[in-house]
Design a protein around this ligand. Structure first.
Ligand code: UD1
Length: 354
């Protein structure tokens, strides 16, 4: 990898002690970059009183003076620090607003002051909201929200707003409208917009990476803020069958954390060499899987247990969201290396964190 990097840079990596940040730090270093890792060690992610690992400094991105100091000599910021999950209830709003939105504005202001003009931003597929759908009769449509009567009757797919036909998922590309539906999604859209405005006014370069469903070794254990991979993995560890909601046909794109890290290395390079402006990319495997497939792959790998398809549903859930990997392949040269079939089987026995 070292040979592929034309110009090594100094990177300020926020969220460096996290599940994703740890792997990004390792790959940036392996690519020959100098990494300044910082993390605020949020108890929700790391447990109460957790200290950062030796190569990571304790830093709150909301602290302008500390950020200014950490930015000395930095060429690129790779901003992974964030409160994650969907938000349990409205009481979580100030936490997303503060750690995600406000911290990003502080970071951008201090980057401006320090003359640092290159940013890689962790974003999420949640910015797209419900995903994209095609009706066999009416083409691409904005589907109507799923009705309780349908869900109760086991009809889980969206319907066409014109003729009420069930609609199929289609790939979501980066031009899809931004439709945040959770506190977390609202904060990710806001981060993207602040970064876009910053790039316009400073001439800076921003690459926002919209991660799809990330999994891999070191993933935090099941919390109220976890996605389904951590939940299934934690059930298996307890010897319980993973509970699959709806009919298990929900489609997602599961992308391995090492591919997320590789995309960040590619994005770091893409902010250099006279790049300017804001650009967003899906980061995904390009190999969609159903939630039942995910549960089955994990169960098969562990042996002796099968998924339980419950038919239950969570009202806020998105039915399908499947990413188009083309833009990242064409413009960043990023293609996921880990096939979800293989990666999920390995994940069944991989160590979790916390
Ligand atoms: C999740 C995160 C989102 C994150 C994104 C990408 C949540 C609530 N959502 O979105 O913040 O940005 O991944 O990493 O954290 N399911 C089951 N059984 C369970 C739990 C879930 O079958 O025990 C199903 C759900 O009904 C849903 C699918 O699995 O259809 C995915 O659920 P989840 O991972 O929570 O949400 P995402 O929409 O994929």
């Amino acid at each position: 990898r070292r040979a592929t990097v034309r110009s090594a840079v100094r990177v300020l990596l926020t969220g460096a002690a996290g599940f994703i940040g740890t792997r990004i730090g390792a790959q940036l270093s392996a690519a020959g970059h100098e990494v300044v890792g910082v993390d605020v060690m949020l108890p929700a992610a790391h447990g109460d009183g957790a200290q950062p690992p030796p190569d990571v400094r304790l830093l709150d991105v909301r602290d302008a003076d500390a950020v200014a100091e950490a930015l000395r000599g930095v060429d690129v910021v790779c901003h992974q620090a964030a409160v994650v999950g969907a938000g349990v209830n409205a009481a979580d709003a100030p936490s997303y607003g503060s750690h995600n939105d406000f911290a990003t504005t502080v970071l951008l202001a201090e980057m401006y002051a320090a003359g640092c003009r290159r940013l890689v931003l962790a974003s999420s597929m949640v910015v797209y909201g419900q995903g994209r759908y095609g009706c066999p009769q009416h083409g691409i449509v904005d589907p109507v929200p799923r009705r309780r009567a349908d869900l109760d009757a086991g009809v889980f797919d969206h319907r066409c707003p014109v003729g009420d036909e069930p609609v199929d998922w289609v790939l979501v590309d980066e031009d899809a409208p931004l439709r945040p539906r959770s506190l977390y999604a609202a904060s990710k859209v806001a981060q993207e917009h602040y970064a876009l405005a910053w790039a316009e006014s400073t001439g800076g370069a921003v690459v926002a990476l919209r991660y799809h469903n990330v999994y891999g070794p070191g993933m935090p254990r099941d919390t109220p803020y976890s996605g389904v991979a951590a939940i299934f993995r934690s059930s298996l560890e307890k010897g319980d069958a993973p509970k699959v909601f709806e009919d298990g046909g929900q489609m997602r794109d599961f992308v391995h954390v090492d591919d997320i890290a590789a995309a960040n290395v590619a994005a770091t390079a893409a902010t250099g060499a006279g790049a300017a402006g804001f650009d967003a990319y899906n980061v995904c495997s390009g190999r969609p899987v159903s939630i039942l497939d995910v549960a089955s792959a994990l169960c098969d790998a562990r042996g002796g247990i099968s998924p339980a398809v419950t038919g239950q549903y969570r009202s806020g859930d998105v039915r399908h969201i499947v990413a188009d990997p083309a833009k990242a392949a064409q413009r960043l040269g990023f293609r996921a290396a880990v096939d979800p079939g293989t990666g999920l089987r390995e994940f069944a026995d991989a160590p979790l964190r916390g």
